[in-house]
Design a protein around this ligand. Structure first.
Ligand code: ADP
Ligand code: G3P
Length: 504
């Protein structure tokens, strides 16, 4: 028997988890990651925090191992950009986090120059400061000496997977995986290579970029001086794609949605890269054992973060779990809607200047209504994504440009911190008119990275073997009458329209 060590480096915390061969968790160590907000709309992390937490947690959790640890898998917050000096290994600036909006003016210029169709055709992405390209460009333009060092070939760029791999291997390996590469806005997802035209557009030298590899395979060997143990690093994937793997969504048409800080829904479209006509993203789902799968992704920036706001901002609750009883305590939403556009709206609206609002307040409105509106908003936003996806999936299923797929005949596999809330899961099934499946293993993202590492190290033989181990905890069937569902959703759409600065 052998265990796999997974590093899950997320936006708000870092976890090291030991899985056994059956995907059961043996040990967990976790640490919160400080958030740095230097300016309005800017979000940074200290790369030294990210590395030292990771190294400490790996040591802590491997000390608890009951069996031999065979390999390491890495999964990470995506898009977040680190630039470091290859002569010293030291970052030249804090990591610029995916939520950071400082690249918005450059994005606006590129959109105004009519470049979005070209960039979407190459990368599958819409022009937005969410992706790595404008973050790297900002560092090269604004850190003294950075441009000269980059031109001299002295700088390296990496997303967090790549930075951790570099540190784990003592600076020997500069590589990333194909899913993280596909979120940079520099990687051509059809030709499967860094795109020279885009590198020129963003003025990023090719010498800064890591080698791009499949999700499973030998990435490198950890140094004893780094984490106290020498192990092969044999799997890496961005966290949302790792969740696709952990949810065993290996067949075209399967969908998963992860509810953590934000919500990210991915639809597997198989070997076909489907260009969304509904402002969703086309991205690499995974490449495992030579099998390349594309996905359509809908990204919502605020899901559990709205619950954190109820707790830390409004102080209406002490713990996230209290929201369930409060939502149940009223028969309906009494016309109260929260649009949690705290950092603008993500898919399918992509409106960076929209801001949040609470609608429908009366003299009777109480804490229960406000709390319930935050939970309902997560479900309505998922419905926005599913409506867009149904249309794109229709194009994918028929192989043509048309047709709406009937998603109600499919099931939505869910994971992330919010899914333990049964009320949310039932409301989600009701609003989507779609069965919602919750798995037994809640740490689906980390499990996905463990699966990559297991495949990469030969512990697992095939995707079929992995798919067979997925187990359902509970199925939530829709049971809300159609007329109620549509009435509630109509109220949400009207509320969103009122916060949009550029209605779509
Ligand atoms: N019972 C619950 N009901 C609603 N939201 C919850 C519940 N438990 C946790 N959450 C929310 O889930 C989020 C944590 O999920 P997690 O997957 O750990 O997030 P991340 O990986 O993005 O840090 C938090 O935003 C928290 O508010
Ligand atoms: O760290 P999480 O779980 O909030 O995920 C962040 C996403 O990867 C951003 O695209």
């Amino acid at each position: 028997m052998a265990a796999i060590l997974t590093i899950d480096q997320g936006t708000t915390s870092t976890r090291a988890i030991l899985f056994d061969r059956q995907g059961t968790i043996q040990a967990v160590a976790q640490r919160e990651l400080p958030q740095i907000f230097p300016n309005d709309g800017w979000v940074e992390h200290d790369p030294q925090d990210i590395w030292s937490h990771t190294a400490d947690l790996c040591r802590e959790v491997t000390a608890k191992a009951k069996e031999t640890v065979a390999a390491i898998g890495i999964t990470n917050q995506r898009e977040t950009a680190v630039v470091w000096d290859r002569r010293t290994g030291k970052p030249i600036h804090n990591a610029i986090v995916w939520q950071d909006r400082r690249g918005a003016p450059l994005c606006r210029q590129l959109i105004d120059r009519g470049l979005e169709p070209k960039i979407q055709a190459k990368t599958g992405l819409l022009i937005d400061s969410y992706f790595s390209a404008t973050k790297i460009a900002w560092i090269l333009e604004n850190v003294p000496g950075a441009r000269e060092a980059a031109d001299a070939g002295d700088l390296m760029f990496g997303t967090i997977d790549c930075f951790l791999l570099y540190r784990l291997t003592g600076g020997k390996v500069h590589a990333t995986d194909i899913t993280n590469a596909s979120r940079t806005m520099l990687y051509n997802i059809h030709d499967l290579r860094w795109d020279e035209e885009l590198l020129d557009l963003f003025r990023i030298p090719a010498s800064m970029l890591p080698e791009v590899r499949d999700n499973a395979g030998l990435f490198g060997q950890s140094e004893i001086s780094a984490i106290g143990i020498s192990l092969p690093i044999s799997g890496m994937a961005g966290d949302q794609q790792a969740a696709v793997i952990g949810q065993a969504c290996f067949k075209p048409g399967m969908i998963k949605s992860t509810y953590g800080t934000g919500c990210f829904a991915l639809l597997n479209t198989g070997s076909k890269a489907v260009t969304s006509r509904n402002r969703l993203l086309t991205t690499i789902g995974y490449r495992l054992k030579g099998e390349l799968a594309y996905a359509i992704e809908g990204s919502i920036f605020v899901a559990g973060a709205a619950v954190q706001w109820l707790r830390d901002g409004l102080k209406l609750i002490h713990q996230a779990g209290e929201t369930e009883a409060l939502a149940r305590s009223i028969a309906g939403n009494n016309g109260v809607y929260l649009v949690p556009a705290f950092t603008g709206l993500g898919a399918p609206y992509w409106d960076p200047s929209a801001r949040g609002a609470l609608f429908g307040l009366t003299r009777d409105t109480g804490i229960a209504e406000v709390v319930r509106s935050a939970l309902e908003a997560v479900c309505y936003q998922t419905r926005d994504l599913m409506e867009a996806m149904a249309n794109d999936a229709g194009a994918s299923d028929t192989g043509s440009g048309g047709g709406n797929a009937d998603l109600s005949t499919r099931k939505l596999r869910v994971d992330g911190g919010m899914v333990k809330n049964d009320w949310v899961m039932q409301f989600l099934a009701d609003i989507l008119n779609m069965p919602v499946e919750r798995p037994v293993v809640a740490e689906t993202t980390a499990l996905g990275a463990a699966i990559c590492a297991g495949l990469g190290s030969g512990l697992f033989a095939s995707l079929d073997e992995v798919a067979g181990t997925w187990q359902r905890d509970r199925l939530f069937q829709p049971r809300m009458p159609e007329v109620d569902r549509e009435h509630l959703y109509k109220g949400w759409r009207a509320a969103v329209k009122r916060v949009q600065n550029s209605p779509t």
